[in-house]
Design a binder for this molecule. Structure first.
Ligand SMILES: *[C@@H]1O[C@H](CO)[C@@H](O)[C@H](O)[C@H]1NC(C)=O
Ligand SMILES: *[C@@H]1O[C@H](CO)[C@@H](O)[C@H](O)[C@H]1NC(C)=O
Ligand SMILES: *[C@@H]1O[C@H](CO)[C@@H](O)[C@H](O)[C@H]1NC(C)=O
Ligand SMILES: *[C@@H]1O[C@H](CO)[C@@H](O)[C@H](O)[C@H]1NC(C)=O
Ligand SMILES: *[C@@H]1O[C@H](CO)[C@@H](O)[C@H](O)[C@H]1NC(C)=O
Ligand SMILES: *[C@@H]1O[C@H](CO)[C@@H](O)[C@H](O)[C@H]1NC(C)=O
Length: 619
């Protein structure tokens, strides 16, 4: 469970926070915390003086320190995150009747047949069952209620790579010669639940990138069909057993996979049709000239941020409201592989953009013991023994960069922004770098920014670089990149965990390290445009630090958490919460439960009697 005591310990070093839309119970508690904290702080203020407090720059530091006690926006966000999480956990279910009732209340249907065995496994394995942790499943599957069940079942069965469940056992279907072992990894996971699963086919995407992008209009009309069909049927009408896949299997095993038309045109154009007609990106045409430096949006103040820091991480990850991302993320500049369908077909992927229609499952990399992604069993030394600094290593992926467009790739931006030589030069000259502009000094007003010493600070603080430059074409010998970025030696993941701060940005798709970072005892600082299975169970600012996809908040985040003891304690707190929570909700058992629930639902949506199917033994 959530460690309230640790939070209180930490909060005792914090002032209160401003509150929006909060219940009065919370307000009372908030008032109590504020009172306690004010007392504590006056003590701190009298007895623990900040560096330089009595030296020549006294008034400056005094003022800054004083200003800092006036609630930094990050402190507000952390408190808010904690309350959100605590309230959500009140909805935890421990038995079938409670879980089924919450299911019906949230989904407007009976749970699928097999729900009781699912819950029994969850309880037996101490899984945290909160209905909203599974929202993603329902968002992903809703449009399929708009398609004919038999058609979905046939397309799923005939796909090139399928995790096939028949008679309670799993058969991986498809050739994996010379390919990553994803089919085996996913099959291994599903096999653990197979005795409790109906016959079902899970067609899997073997590419890094997600594949489906139907138009917003198509998806909306499918979802309307789902909504119209949503009822909690009277018990006597409910069918409690799946129909099975005999009809599909009767077609024989050598049916050709159904191939929709695969498109390879401009990716931004393909994606923006998935955005709502009134969203900023829907009518934003692709950029044509990527030669110049990456351009930041003017007067950036998105409604998902609070004083310059991400408040709604879902919204900050959504390119539909941020047309500038078409020039700031490799996915939209030049993705490595590109093959997209506008037709909705059943296909399961490890990640997707918010406008994609793939069905999410945990990335196969999360199922390996590969130390490249996880760092193995070592999670780094205790916080106090960690290096006060930030580390990042990775290849320069995120798409195929060229002389004409490299400055628009997110990984290269991260590396330039944390390069002390580059930043010092920018600070000295007042000019800008190719990949980034200095963040607004008005929005992010802190001494290092004001004094132009970020570069100097990074010299000690930052250990960041790319291990493979991946320039295109190879004959260029990277002449376009080398003046700005050079390759560095790799650092094994377990060595990286010796640093306090770990930024995590997208590669060709999601980075696949986030779970490892969370389970480590360092602090993950995460930005992404990709959605993953676990998004609903992690709370930004409580389990990790969210960062904007422009990285405009990067320096202010690092500065806050490393400037003084208070920041350090906040960082340690979030790192500890993230790791403890990850060990409760991101275990293999949790991934199994997610996929198990998903397959019960997918089997239902493929069933001709789907409107009637349900679990009602508790009624
Ligand atoms: C403290 O806040 C005041 C008022 O907002 C501002 O004028 C001053 O520059 C701040 N000082 C520092 C050192 O941040
Ligand atoms: C599953 O079992 C049924 C009856 O026990 C049998 O007819 C069918 O062939 C089996 N299917 C597979 C794929 O093993
Ligand atoms: C592209 O932009 C750069 C500067 O940003 C400019 O020098 C160049 O002429 C532009 N190219 C075209 C084809 O418009
Ligand atoms: C966060 O943003 C998403 C997507 O833009 C929106 O659906 C959701 O309601 C927002 N959440 C909150 C708490 O405002
Ligand atoms: C990036 O640059 C390469 C080389 O000039 C070009 O082929 C590619 O189309 C560019 N990407 C975009 C999206 O302009
Ligand atoms: C840091 O930037 C300088 C130029 O500003 C560049 O020469 C150097 O290679 C960069 N270092 C890394 C590790 O990319």
């Amino acid at each position: 469970m959530f460690n309230g005591q640790r939070l209180r310990q930490w909060l005792s070093g914090l002032p209160g926070h401003r509150v929006c839309s909060m219940k009065w119970q919370s307000l009372l508690r908030y008032a109590a915390i504020t009172f306690a904290v004010t007392l504590t702080l006056s003590g701190v203020f009298l007895f623990r003086r900040p560096e330089g407090f009595l030296s020549g720059t006294t008034s400056h530091y005094f003022e800054y320190f004083w200003n800092r006690t006036e609630t930094h926006p990050i402190e507000h966000l952390v408190s808010e995150a904690h309350l959100f999480h605590e309230n959500l956990l009140k909805e935890q279910s421990f038995d079938v009747p409670a879980a089924a009732a919450r299911y019906r209340a949230r989904r407007g249907r009976h749970p699928p047949p097999g729900f009781d065995a699912w819950l029994a496994y969850a309880v037996e394995h101490d899984a945290i069952v909160v209905e909203s942790y599974f929202d993603r499943i329902y968002a992903d599957l809703a449009p399929f209620w708009g398609l004919d069940p038999q058609t979905i079942a046939e397309r799923a069965a005939s796909w090139e790579h399928v995790v096939q469940v028949r008679n309670g056992t799993v058969n991986p279907k498809g050739s994996t010669e010379n390919r990553v072992p994803w089919l085996q990894l996913w099959s291994g996971l599903v096999a653990e639940a197979a005795p409790f699963l109906p016959d079902v086919d899970m067609p899997i995407n073997y590419m890094d990138e997600s594949r489906l992008a139907a138009s917003w209009e198509d998806i909306t009309s499918y979802v309307e069909i789902e909504q119209a069909s949503r009822t909690v049927k009277p018990v006597e009408e409910v069918v409690t057993a799946f129909s099975g896949l005999d009809k599909v299997d009767a077609r024989g095993t050598d049916t050709e996979p159904y191939q929709p038309e695969w498109l390879h045109s401009n990716y931004w154009d393909l994606m923006r049709v998935g955005c709502a007609p009134d969203s900023a990106s829907r009518n934003a045409t692709p950029m044509v000239n990527f030669t110049g430096p990456a351009e930041f949006p003017q007067d950036w103040s998105p409604n998902y941020a609070y004083d310059g820091f991400v408040r709604n991480f879902t919204a900050s990850s959504d390119p539909c409201s941020q047309p500038h991302l078409r020039g700031m993320h490799g996915t939209f500049v030049e993705p490595l592989t590109l093959s997209t369908s506008k037709e909705l077909i059943p296909l399961f992927s490890g990640c997707k953009l918010p406008m994609n229609n793939d069905i999410l499952i945990p990335g196969a990399m999360y199922l390996t013991d590969d130390v490249m992604y996880s760092g193995g069993d070592t999670h780094g030394p205790a916080w106090r023994q960690k290096v006060d600094g930030t580390v990042w290593r990775g290849v320069a992926s995120g798409g195929r960069h060229h002389a004409e467009n490299w400055s628009h790739f997110q990984r290269l931006r991260l590396v330039e922004m944390l390069n002390s030589t580059t930043v010092s030069a920018v600070e000295a000259s007042g000019s800008r770098a190719m990949t980034f502009e200095m963040p607004s000094a008005k929005l992010y007003d802190f001494p290092r920014r004001r004094e132009g010493t970020i570069g100097k600070w990074l010299k000690k603080f930052s250990n960041v670089g790319v291990t493979m430059l991946l320039c295109h074409p190879a004959e260029s010998e990277c002449d376009y990149l080398l003046p700005h970025i050079s390759g560095v030696e790799g650092v094994p993941m377990k060595e990286q965990y010796k640093y306090k701060f770990m930024p995590d940005v997208d590669g060709n798709s999601f980075s696949a390290r986030f779970r490892g970072f969370l389970l480590s005892t360092s602090l993950p600082i995460k930005s992404t445009i990709y959605a993953e299975w676990h998004d609903d169970r992690l709370v930004p600012w409580l389990h990790f630090v969210p960062m904007d996809n422009t990285f405009q908040d990067l320096y202010a985040i690092l500065d806050y958490f490393s400037y003084d003891k208070k920041g350090d304690r906040a960082a340690q707190f979030i790192a500890g919460e993230g790791s403890a929570w990850g060990n409760k909700v991101l275990r293999r058992e949790d991934m199994l439960l997610y996929v198990w629930r998903l397959l019960l639902e997918f089997a239902r949506v493929c069933d001709e009697k789907r409107e009637l199917l349900g679990y009602v033994d508790d009624l």
